[in-house]
Design a protein around this ligand. Structure first.
Ligand code: MLT
Length: 445
């Protein structure tokens, strides 16, 4: 039968592979030796080989599915990746339905979206997220995209490879990995557990898990994320102003990831870097609809590049516009209408409730773990709780312990950087019931 022939062919191919002979997938008759293959093939991007292992959350997902396959009867509670669980708010669903219907009629059908975003969305973003907070940002400085993860990975493309990058440690891995892929770093240093050629700014308990301005070397690019992923820490406006002043004085560019701004509860914590004086000449801001409106599966975000941000005599705005225009064809109309509904009075009220729901989870985790004797932080202006692993366990040891004994998934702090070792991140994005259950399970360990 065909099945048997295929199985035999596979076996033969594996055998030949062992002998150093390859059968080309597309041309099964074309058998050639590995040496010839290397000589005739192009080179891959060798920078990718510098990256150890797989992407953090892919690695975790793999471990969890192995555990689940081995223990199908166990009910796993997932507080690992920062993925939302609440459904899209009704006002947003309504806007999406309306947009879907429009797409079904010739008079209202839309093809390619403007690559920087529809005016209806850019205008409302500029007004509500910036101008009403006193930030001088105009609609044409906003670039709508399919999410902040892509933007924070892609933004480095407009900078020269010689630029020195500074990141917090621990840090959202995308900032580092994308600079590695681009060739802006040296090799991975196994002993230090980080990359050569990158300035790491340790965020430790003694500095309130906040980065300090690098003392020894001036970076060109500084990645900051506030409220912070993974530690859940926040920065005051006065402290952020110091970074802005430093960047302006030294010609650095700050890439400011404000994906979690909707979770800010304290007065002196800025929602945007443009609340600081002088940020227009040194900062790019990244925003997401994933965490404030549950768009992790819908995909929408935006990047702000002020026109006054000039380096090397070039407006970075025009570089990003060129990049966006060449590589992006605009976020879908339906999704941008959904984004617009986030700012409607009904949308705002419904999302306020959603954020409050997640922040009740954060409070439950914070209070529950403190009562159980854990050292915890974050969770006040962010949906992440950062805890110290008990009994000197490494982050991955605690990950395994929690998964095996309590069937709870979290994120090992060391996955975010060397200074995350000995720490662990839990998210507040689960359901309330699961969050309560998780805390009970941890207390009973
Ligand atoms: C996280 O868990 O750190 C986030 O979900 C990652 C992301 O937003 O891409």
């Amino acid at each position: 039968s065909l099945k048997k022939v295929n199985a035999l062919a596979k076996l033969l191919s594996q055998f030949l592979h062992l002998c150093g002979i390859f059968i080309h997938e597309k041309y099964p008759k074309c058998i050639y030796r590995q040496k010839e293959r290397i000589e005739t093939m192009f080179k891959v991007n060798e920078n990718f080989a510098k990256l150890p292992g797989s992407y953090l959350f892919a690695n975790i997902a793999k471990r969890v599915s192995t555990f689940q396959a081995d223990h199908p009867e166990k009910e796993i509670i997932r507080l690992g990746i920062g993925d939302v669980t609440q459904p899209i708010a009704p006002a947003i669903i309504e806007a999406m339905h309306k947009a879907v219907d429009e797409m079904g009629h010739a008079e209202t059908f839309r093809g390619y979206a403007p690559e920087q975003g529809y005016d209806f969305l850019r205008n409302i973003i500029a007004k509500e997220d910036f101008q009403e907070r006193g930030c001088d940002i105009s609609a044409d400085e906003i670039f709508v995209s399919d999410g902040a993860k892509c933007d924070c990975g892609n933004i480095q493309e407009i900078f020269g490879l010689d630029n020195k990058v500074a990141v917090c440690d621990p840090v959202y891995p995308v900032y580092v990995d994308t600079n590695v892929m681009a060739g802006r770093t040296g090799l991975y240093n196994k002993e230090r557990e980080n990359f050569d050629g990158v300035i790491y700014m340790p965020c430790k308990e003694e500095n309130g898990f906040l980065p300090e301005i690098p003392a020894d070397e001036v970076p060109d690019l500084i990645y900051l994320c506030f409220p912070n992923n993974p530690t859940g820490g926040a920065i005051t406006k006065a402290a952020l102003q110091e970074w802005v002043d430093y960047a302006n004085k030294n010609g650095c560019v700050i890439i400011y990831d404000a994906a979690y701004e909707a979770y800010i509860s304290e007065e002196d914590v800025p929602h945007s870097i443009y609340e600081c004086e002088g940020a227009r000449t040194c900062a790019i801001e990244l925003r997401s609809f994933s965490k404030n409106a549950g768009f992790t599966g819908v995909r929408l975000g935006f990047t702000v590049v002020p026109k006054e941000l000039v380096r090397d005599g070039v407006e970075l705005h025009s570089l990003w516009a060129r990049r966006h225009g060449t590589k992006f064809n605009g976020a879908p109309y339906i999704v941008q209408r959904a984004g617009e509904a986030v700012y409607s009075p009904e949308g705002k009220a419904q999302l306020k409730e959603q954020i409050a729901y997640y922040m009740r989870n954060a409070k439950t985790i914070l209070e529950g773990l403190s009562a159980a004797g854990f050292s915890v932080s974050g969770g006040k202006n962010a949906p992440y709780i950062w805890l110290k692993t008990p009994d000197q366990m490494t982050s991955w040891e605690f990950f395994d312990y929690l998964l095996e004994k309590a069937h709870i998934v979290g994120t090992p702090g060391s996955g975010f950087g060397a200074h995350g070792e000995g720490y662990f991140r839990l998210t507040a994005f689960g359901s309330y019931e699961n969050t309560l259950e998780a805390i009970e399970r941890i207390k009973n360990l």
